[in-house]
Design a protein around this ligand. Sequence first.
Ligand code: ZN
Length: 178
Amino acid sequence: MSLEHLWAGWRNAYVTGSAPGSAGDGAHPGAADTPERCVFCRIAASGPPSVTTGVLWVGRTTLVVLNAYPYTSGHLMAVPLRHVGSLGDLSEEEASELWAATRLGVAAQEATYGPEGINLGANLGEAAGAGIPRHLHLHAVPRWRGDTNFMTAVADTRVLPETLATSWERLTAAWPPG
Ligand SMILES: [Zn+2]
């Protein structure tokens, strides 16, 4: 799986999985992009961390949540609580905490999974492959040599070694203080 493929695939995961009925079928392009229908805004309004929502951590302006359709176990995202689409629209506090939250998430991934690498990145804008282009989100995806061998998409089906609930429990247990 190329990096380009990985990035583009994230869009499909969100659009088809995380917002049933509100996006992804192409009939209502952009429907998920208003705060009222935005999956990230719904997650931001869901309260404290919970295995049910997959939210791992909530700060003053940022949360960290598991991707509902991970590419590998522990695939998570740092997301501003506010419906904001671009890096330039973040306040200094939001920008600072977005990065701090990403570091916490990566530290928990390292402690939990001992990955051989981590893909870290964001799709800024629709042309870059963002499924929810108006709500910024930063991905962190643990990687292993050869992981594409067992995760290669075949008819959009991926084999994952553990459930989301297990990932949530393990990452929560390993979450660093701060
Ligand atoms: Zn939003």
